[in-house]
Design a binder for this molecule. Structure first.
Ligand SMILES: *Cc1c(COP(=O)(O)O)cnc(C)c1O
Length: 362
């Protein structure tokens, strides 16, 4: 077997917290792997997990939190249960585009606008009619292009929505960015990015307005219809046998973690240092993928360079320093690198990363 890298900067599945090893053993010892999902023991675990999520991620008390299997599943749930007519999609990369594609497959009237990776779009000029649109869909952190839409943009978009709901893909920022939940109706993400856990669990967070809208629309046709999920969650249960192990691990990780108020500034500082380094030093010509500092992601750092160099750097990082750097994604696959700046990646990994780039640039 090839040796595992010492550190991985893959932006998903990404580094897990080292404590997960012990949590897995505890889950086995404590009998969670065979725990019935209608038992009081399980519902107590769910309540604890949701309390921890509210506390550590600053999710408002009146927002509903649901478990899904992934962010991808959320795309379909939101179209099935909250989009009788059409959604409007603003995107600049592969994940936002996929969301648009899944929505359009079910509701052909959906529309979208692709913006440049260096742009911060102006909410006042977006081409959708709030009266005829059910959902406005944005990707807060576009993992494929290493870009981010910040609070002022989201707030200003939310303020011009009228009856439409704002839905936000926060898959690679939930747990790494202090999201202003009250400024949108729907937020979702999965645990294998900024929550430092193995894949297979997603979180879907709904405002009271979104829950009420789902009730009005009345979709009950799917196993994962929002109405059925919300109804089960009133009793801290799920519509189907859920990922009990994932829920257990999430509750342990959240309990052990600091609040997002502490985590975000730490990540932002690490991001700033890396952007500064690659802007100023440009080792072998590698430089930030995104030129506009206001469009850059704080949790996924993108770098660009010629395809041959990208390949070479990835290989040397792995062979010479035991560092797994994330490759590009979608259209940017060959000409970019991505570095996950997620909470479970330790500071020592970033020190090793800069050391590696220092060693190859001379
Ligand atoms: C990873 C990712 C997804 C897909 O998440 P899954 O849990 O694999 O479905 C969706 N959107 C964004 C922005 C992502 O980074």
């Amino acid at each position: 077997m090839a040796t595992l890298p010492t550190y991985t900067f893959n932006p998903g599945p990404s580094a897990v917290y080292p404590e997960v090893r012990q949590y897995l053993a505890d889950a086995f010892e404590e009998g969670w792997l065979s725990a019935p999902h209608r038992s009081e023991r399980f519902t107590t675990l769910v309540r604890h997990c949701l309390d921890q999520a509210r506390l550590k991620l600053n999710i408002p008390q009146d927002y509903t939190i649901l478990f899904t299997s992934s962010a991808t599943e959320c795309w379909e749930i939101l179209t099935q249960s909250l989009t009788p007519r059409r959604s409007f999609h603003l995107y600049n990369g592969a994940f936002g585009q996929k969301w648009f594609d899944y929505a359009r497959a079910l509701r052909p009237g959906c529309t979208g606008l692709k913006f440049d990776i260096n742009d911060v779009p102006d909410p006042a000029t977006l081409p959708f009619n709030p009266e005829e649109t059910d959902l406005v869909c944005i990707t807060q952190n576009e993992t494929s292009t290493a870009t981010q839409l910040r609070d002022p943009f989201i707030l200003s978009l939310f303020n011009r929505l009228g009856p439409a709901l704002l839905a936000v893909d926060a898959t690679s920022s939930l747990g790494g960015v202090q999201l202003k939940f009250i400024k949108a109706d729907i937020w979702y993400g999965s645990v294998q990015k900024c929550l430092g856990l193995p894949a297979g669990l997603g979180l879907l967070v709904l405002s009271p307005r979104a829950v009420a809208r789902a009730r009005e629309i009345g979709d009950n046709a799917h196993y994962n219809s929002l109405n059925s999920m919300v109804k089960q969650m009133l009793n801290h249960q799920t519509t189907h046998t859920p990922n009990v192990l994932g829920i257990y691990l999430l509750s342990r990780v959240l309990q052990a973690r600091e609040g997002i108020k502490v985590i975000q500034p730490h990540l932002n500082e690490r991001a700033q240092k890396l952007y500064d380094y690659f802007e100023q030093v440009q080792p072998l010509g590698l430089r930030p993928l995104i030129d506009n500092p206001d469009a850059r992601s704080t949790t996924v750092i993108g770098l660009q360079g010629p395809a041959a160099l990208i390949e070479d750097v990835k290989r040397r990082a792995r062979d010479e320093a035991g560092l797994q750097i994330g490759g590009g994604y979608g259209d940017l696959k060959a000409t970019s690198l991505r570095i996950a700046n997620f909470p479970a990646v330790p500071d020592a990994a970033f020190e090793a990363l800069v050391q590696f780039f220092e060693s190859i640039r001379v």
